[in-house]
Design a protein around this ligand. Structure first.
Ligand SMILES: *Cc1c(COP(=O)(O)O)cnc(C)c1O
Length: 389
């Protein structure tokens, strides 16, 4: 282990040397079934041959020119994202947090245009929006913020899935310009709001002249059985952030907007050196092509149903299980007790999973998993939970 890395992570003592589809191999040749995909990033699995070919071809043609010049692959990618989301314009950064920063900067600009000196954004308890200063200030988790004060101001907090609380804020606070939320909260332990919550928020935003911003960084790109999770509700946001799976592991994040929010930024008001370079943009175009050709929204929905059915059958009445929830292949199993030890036990049995909020088993497998792999993951997870007590 190197002593020259800052201590931001506590990695498990295993390193992988190669992958193929949903499989990973470690240094000793042991094989693992990946049920976390690098936190929802490798939706197409590892070493996807068509994607690898395109990345290699583009890397040996042109990686970067900077946004001083037109980048045709970035334009193609923006067109594709606009078509998939029904939105109008895209800004490309290199991470989820940067997509959030862009969205928040748009809310500030638009607030000032309306004559509001201190424009505010309603954010949700237990949310996660990233680790940059504004993103961590928007985040509803003290652990992410502690020690980094002063936080960026202008965030008003509400409980997730509590429409009345947000209505009350609307009545009392006249400086609000936007609501920012995850359609399904990821880091919070896969929290799914009740049906209709987003649609009610959409109506409130229309009434108040607020922007509705959906953070789809984890829930987007086919993971929940739709291209984007908010599409389960037949609504359109004003701004959408997307990242993780967009280039299947190359760094990219995008802020997608429509209406006035799409035209808020102007030359010189925002930018990114690497953002949307030819390599990552072309990779992302290929990811979207593959997702469409392989019908991954439908695949994620079917595989997710299969996994969920298995969990309900075997764990539904288990005393140690508090809740089983999720949509598509974004699944959480909340246990009654702290369960961090399950990570290592799963690894011993050749399955990689994640624990969030100390007692929620979080599963974000690659969307290309087949039924046999779904069954193997379900079986190992159920057995581990049963043995855990
Ligand atoms: C991962 C995540 C982020 C932050 O993305 P980074 O690429 O790590 O900056 C923001 N919002 C949500 C919902 C996420 O899951």
């Amino acid at each position: 282990m190197s002593n020259h890395l800052m201590c931001t992570y506590a990695p498990l003592p295993v390193a992988f040397v190669r992958g193929e589809g949903a499989w990973l191999w470690d240094e000793n040749g042991k094989r693992y079934l990946d049920a976390i995909s690098g936190l929802g990033v490798c939706a197409l699995g590892h070493a996807h041959p068509a994607l690898a070919r395109v990345i290699s071809e583009q890397a040996s043609t042109l990686i970067h020119t900077g946004n001083l010049f037109r980048i045709p692959w970035q334009e193609t990618l923006a067109d594709r994202l606009a078509a998939i989301t029904g939105m109008e314009r895209v800004f490309f950064g290199n991470s989820g947090a940067e997509a959030i920063e862009c969205a928040l900067k748009i809310t500030r600009l638009m607030g000032h245009q309306k004559g509001i000196d201190n424009p505010g954004v309603v954010v949700m308890d237990h949310s996660f929006h990233g680790r940059t200063m504004a993103a961590l200030s928007a985040t509803g988790n003290r652990k992410v913020q502690a020690g980094f004060e002063p936080l960026v101001s202008g965030f008003v907090r509400a409980p997730f899935n509590d429409f009345e609380a947000i209505e009350t804020i609307a009545q009392r606070n006249h400086d609000i310009t936007a609501v920012l939320l995850e359609p399904i909260q990821g880091e919070a332990g896969i929290r799914v709001p009740e049906p209709g919550f987003l649609a009610k928020l959409r109506a409130l935003c229309n009434e108040q002249g607020w922007l509705l911003i959906v953070d789809e960084i984890q829930s987007g790109l086919c993971r929940t059985g739709r291209w984007y999770a908010h599409q389960h509700e037949e609504i359109r946001p004003d701004i959408l952030t997307t990242a993780k799976a967009l280039a299947n592991g190359l760094p990219i994040g995008a802020c997608v907007a429509r209406g006035p929010a799409a035209d808020a930024l102007s030359p010189g008001s925002h930018g990114s050196t690497f953002g949307g370079n030819p390599l990552v943009s072309r990779a992302a175009c290929t990811v979207l092509d593959i997702m469409e050709a392989d019908q991954l929204p439908e695949r994620a929905a079917a595989a997710g149903d299969r996994m969920m059915t298995a969990f309900h059958q075997r764990l539904g009445s288990h005393g140690g299980v508090r809740d089983i929830r999720g949509k598509g292949l974004m699944i959480g199993i909340e246990l009654e007790v702290e369960a961090n030890a399950l990570k290592n036990r799963a690894m011993e049995r050749g399955v990689l999973l994640n624990i969030t909020q100390n007692r929620v088993i979080r599963l974000l497998p690659p969307l290309i998993i087949d039924d046999e792999q779904v069954d193997e993951i379900s079986d190992v997870v159920c057995t581990l939970v049963e043995e855990f007590g």
